[in-house]
Design a protein around this ligand. Structure first.
Ligand SMILES: *[C@@H]1O[C@H](CO)[C@@H](O)[C@H](O)[C@H]1NC(C)=O
Ligand SMILES: *[C@@H]1O[C@H](CO)[C@@H](O)[C@H](O)[C@H]1NC(C)=O
Ligand SMILES: *[C@@H]1O[C@H](CO)[C@@H](O)[C@H](O)[C@H]1NC(C)=O
Ligand SMILES: *[C@@H]1O[C@H](CO)[C@@H](O)[C@H](O)[C@H]1NC(C)=O
Ligand SMILES: *[C@@H]1O[C@H](CO)[C@@H](O)[C@H](O)[C@H]1NC(C)=O
Ligand SMILES: *[C@@H]1O[C@H](CO)[C@@H](O)[C@H](O)[C@H]1NC(C)=O
Ligand SMILES: *[C@@H]1O[C@H](CO)[C@@H](O)[C@H](O)[C@H]1NC(C)=O
Ligand SMILES: *[C@@H]1O[C@H](CO)[C@@H](O)[C@H](O)[C@H]1NC(C)=O
Ligand SMILES: *[C@@H]1O[C@H](CO)[C@@H](O)[C@H](O)[C@H]1NC(C)=O
Ligand SMILES: *[C@@H]1O[C@H](CO)[C@@H](O)[C@H](O)[C@H]1NC(C)=O
Ligand SMILES: *[C@@H]1O[C@H](CO)[C@@H](O)[C@H](O)[C@H]1NC(C)=O
Ligand SMILES: *[C@@H]1O[C@H](CO)[C@@H](O)[C@H](O)[C@H]1NC(C)=O
Length: 784
């Protein structure tokens, strides 16, 4: 792949040391708001439920995009970086001035009211978002946990128009226009708008109810009413809408007009809830008591909350470009928008446990995002794990994806198993491990009727044949009966994770799951070749689909790679999900040693990895690629992992609006760059971080759990990233030759010093058999 991208020197050497820079000033929420990153750019608190932004009619999965499209409203709940359909965006409000103050002259419909924004006016910082519309109205917003505060300025909009009375409408819709039915009611005295509605999750099954409560300040109410299609009236103050003829989507809502507004500014306070409109109002009143005067105080609190979340980490950024610094801090910020903390807002069951939502999706986030939170915000991660276990307790299953109170579609295995194992080996506290183990065993043993939203399919075959067959005969449960290869490798690793927790808890049957974790071997076809356009790649031996009767099927090993066409659940379903056989071929995180032998030894393995990255087969825009960037460690060539990471950062991950190669997936992409820049890459589910060279001279991370500070320091640090190969290392002053380290590093506040040089082949560090990261077939570290 395009590996030799050269960078202008000025770009690399952009900044010099600055005395204690506020990391918040290096967070750019607009990264990934173009080019399919789908990042939420607006105002929110860490894990906040209220997420306020201007919604556009372009690439609006996360609400706003810097793609030149037009603003259709301002809504207060969103997801970040997701694929699937546009998520949330319920009950947008939209201010405007009606010609001659005649209400029917206003634009109510989403198509006619859309107005472009002025590119240079967009300001996005943690806890704050602002822009100017081309009609002269400017909007600023900030947020608390369950409420958004908008400040609209009409100064320029009123100049030269024939209207004087601003109107703000509320639309009974969401970004995906998934509303099934909704109710609105407007208080004619205060102008308070209350609404509720039933909507659909953007990548899942079922429906959810959403509630909102809008109050205004800064202006006196002239009149109120409702609108339906493009006509409005002031007599009626309540409305119920449902789907019309042939499911026709009726556009409707309510509005308020204002007589006079002081200083041409008025405020809209929007409380959100998933329980009731009463609770939405209470949330707003509690969190924003005085909308007309609280704005800057709320913005400041939001900034403090974010600063606090970034505070465990500090870096010596001397010589490091501002681009790479911004990439780093913005990425940490983006990992803490989701999962969202809906504790106290869960109408589905009563529990004293935390409730988190927007695990969107675990398939994306288990690999690096949740491991990052375990380091920098272990308390939050523990609450998230407890929420997964509580979801198992009340709904019978842990999710593989969850959003908007609904079950999301499972993409591969039951990857909450990996999240739990990761929490277990890293000693996250506060978790009921016996209940957790029940949930894990449930995934491994019991097939749900609908395994498209939970658990695993094909479990009879899994237990009896030891692989997931191609075109399985499975009458126990139903799901999209594809992905036999990727499900086999993921289920194998999931079972490994079950065995880790089982073993740790002293369960005698943990060994059953350990042996099932070897099932990946049963779909390896030793004589399978791979061609690209008729040219033999020269590599032999690949995973292949296998029928129930043991006969091999066939899937071109490059199918579903960027060289072929994309494969998803319903879009070109194949035996691998969203990635090729080539890519899944490297996914045996618990036994890379066996995998390397199977593929013909370390040198073959390295050639295969190189070919995969350089031929364009690797898909850097999707999560399965992450661990393969670091797979060289297992072949005793850790320096090649570092080199590979540098080939992608910043060429494919950078601090621009289109600086993500794919959906950020709630911060999954973000965390790939953070760990790469830290020089420690997690193998989720194991107490293992693969060591590479950081992108900074030094990094300190203070564990919020133990208050001890871990330090990674680079001797001979080279900010041009030529000298990136570790020559030798010390841990707490003692020589350290292993190419990996455990979570004790963070908990005990250890110091890792790496001396680097320009020549990978000149180094013997991390190359001998004893230095390799653990594999179950060659080491006992994983299960002692
Ligand atoms: C109103 O608009 C006119 C023409 O664009 C401009 O010259 C004038 O300064 C504006 N007045 C105010 C009060 O903004
Ligand atoms: C609203 O739609 C949901 C989902 O279709 C349905 O369950 C509910 O009964 C509807 N409510 C009303 C009041 O029609
Ligand atoms: C929505 O609000 C209407 C009017 O207040 C009420 O009748 C209805 O029960 C509410 N729906 C839900 C799901 O709370
Ligand atoms: C609202 O505005 C209209 C038109 O300017 C005016 O006639 C009416 O008195 C106003 N209503 C109130 C309650 O101020
Ligand atoms: C920060 O990094 C620079 C460049 O590597 C180095 O010269 C300097 O000594 C470091 N500062 C501290 C306080 O370690
Ligand atoms: C939760 O408890 C409240 C108060 O006892 C009750 O009204 C509500 O129905 C319960 N909700 C569920 C989902 O059980
Ligand atoms: C989630 O919200 C609950 C209720 O407000 C709060 O107690 C808890 O600390 C929050 N969790 C995090 C990680 O912020
Ligand atoms: C977790 O706790 C156990 C028991 O105290 C200890 O042996 C182990 O080293 C700890 N693991 C980490 C990563 O700190
Ligand atoms: C392992 O033990 C659990 C009970 O702790 C049981 O539910 C499960 O079926 C057992 N698994 C196997 C493979 O026997
Ligand atoms: C395969 O051949 C086609 C047609 O010549 C060409 O467009 C395509 O780029 C080739 N693909 C690769 C991966 O070489
Ligand atoms: C196994 O099943 C496949 C698919 O049904 C079939 O094509 C193949 O001929 C069978 N092989 C044997 C040996 O029966
Ligand atoms: C930044 O990343 C994007 C997305 O991967 C890529 O298209 C773009 O070329 C990169 N920009 C630079 C300057 O490398």
């Amino acid at each position: 792949m395009r590996l030799n991208k050269s960078w202008p020197a000025a770009f690399l050497f952009a900044t010099c040391a600055r005395a204690s820079v506020d990391p918040l000033s290096l967070v750019d929420p607009l990264i990934g708001t173009n080019n399919g990153g789908n990042v939420f750019a607006g105002a929110n608190l860490p894990y906040g439920m209220a997420k306020a932004v201007a919604d556009v009619n372009g690439e609006n999965t996360g609400g706003f995009a810097t793609d030149g499209s037009s603003v259709t409203g301002f809504s207060s709940m969103h997801d970040s970086g997701t694929g699937g359909n546009p998520s949330l965006g319920n009950f947008p409000i939209f201010p405007q001035i009606c010609k001659d103050d005649v209400i029917d002259n206003c634009d109510f419909l989403i198509g006619s009211r859309a107005v472009s924004y002025i590119n240079s006016s967009v300001v996005a910082t943690p806890g704050y978002f602002a822009l100017a519309l081309s009609n002269g109205i400017t909007a600023e917003m900030t947020a608390t946990h369950h409420a958004a505060l908008y400040k609209f300025n009409f100064q320029d909009a009123l100049n030269g128009t024939t209207g004087t009375k601003p109107l703000v409408l509320l639309d009974l819709t969401d970004l995906w226009q998934s509303r099934q039915n909704a109710t609105i009611s407007i208080d004619e005295t205060s102008g308070r708008i209350s609404a509720n509605g039933t909507f659909l999750p953007s990548f899942g099954s079922g429906s959810y109810e959403s509630f909102v409560c809008v109050d205004f300040a800064g202006g006196s109410v002239n009149d109120t009413g409702i609108w339906v299609n493009n006509r409005a009236g002031t007599v009626v103050k309540d409305l119920f809408v449902t789907r019309g003829f042939n499911d026709f989507y009726l556009q409707a809502g309510g509005f308020v007009t204002f007589d006079s507004i002081s200083a041409n500014v008025f405020y809209a306070r929007v409380g959100v809830s998933l329980v009731s409109t009463h609770q939405a109002c209470r949330n707003a009143e509690t969190e924003i008591s005085d909308p007309a005067s609280n704005f800057s105080q709320i913005q400041t609190s939001a900034e403090s909350a974010w600063r606090e979340k970034l505070s465990p980490v500090s870096v010596n950024a001397t010589g490091v470009s501002e681009n790479l610094q911004t990439l780093f801090w913005s990425a940490i910020y983006r990992t803490m928008m989701s999962p969202q903390n809906y504790t106290g807002e869960n109408p589905l069951w009563n529990s004293t446990e935390p409730y988190f939502d927007s695990f969107y999706c675990i398939w994306d986030a288990f690999r690096v995002q949740y491991p990052l939170l375990t380091i920098v915000d272990p308390n939050a991660m523990s609450q998230m794990v407890r929420s997964l276990i509580d979801t198992y307790k009340y709904e019978g299953w842990m999710p593989d994806c969850r959003m908007s109170l609904c079950k999301g579609w499972t993409q591969g295995g039951s990857n909450a198993d990996v999240v739990l194992a990761d929490a277990f080996v890293k000693n996250l506290t506060g978790i009921d491990w016996d209940l957790a183990y029940d949930g894990l065993v449930n995934d491994a043993e019991n097939e749900p009727l609908d395994w498209s939203v939970q658990g695993r399919g094909g479990l009879q075959s899994w237990k009896n044949l030891d692989y997931i067959p191609y075109l399985d005969f499975d009458y126990l449960g139903f799901g999209t009966n594809s992905r036999s290869i990727s499900r086999t490798v993921e289920y194998a690793y999931n079972d490994y994770c079950v065995s880790v927790v089982g073993k740790g808890l002293g369960k005698t049957n943990a060994t059953t799951y350990l042996s099932r974790s070897m099932n990946w071997q049963n779909i390896f076809k030793a004589d399978q070749t791979s061609y690209i356009n008729g040219t033999d790649t020269g590599f032999v031996g690949f995973f292949q689909p296998k029928y129930l009767n043991g006969t091999w099927g066939y899937q071109d090993p490059i199918a579903c790679s960027p060289l072929a066409s994309f494969c998803s659940l319903t879009d070109n379903p194949s035996e691998t999900f969203e990635s090729s056989v080539w890519e899944y071929q490297f996914y045996v995180p618990h036994d890379m040693s066996s995998l390397i032998s199977t593929l013909g030894g370390a040198d073959h393995f390295i050639s295969r990895l190189d070919f995969y990255f350089e031929s364009g087969i690797a898909d850097i825009g999707n999560e399965p690629v992450f661990l393969s960037v670091y797979a060289y460690h297992y072949a005793g060539r850790p320096g090649l992992s570092t080199r590979r990471a540098h080939s992608f950062i910043p060429a494919y991950f950078n601090a621009t609006e289109s600086g993500l190669p794919g959906n950020d997936d709630s911060g999954a992409m973000a965390s790939f760059t953070i760990f790469s820049q830290l020089g420690l890459f997690p193998v989720a589910g194991q107490n293992v971080y693969l060591i590479s060279t950081p992108f900074f001279d030094s990094i300190n991370i203070t564990s919020p759990q133990t208050q001890k500070t871990a330090t990674i320091r680079v001797t001979n640090f080279d900010p041009t990233y030529t000298d990136i190969y570790i020559m030798n290392a010390t841990l707490n002053g003692e020589p350290y030759t292993k190419s990996w380290i455990g979570h004790e590093f963070f908990l005990e506040g250890q110091t890792l010093e790496l001396t680097v040089g320009p020549n990978e082949s000149a180094s013997t560090w991390g190359t001998s058999a004893d230095d390799l990261p653990p594999s179950i077939s060659t080491a006992t570290q994983l299960l002692v």
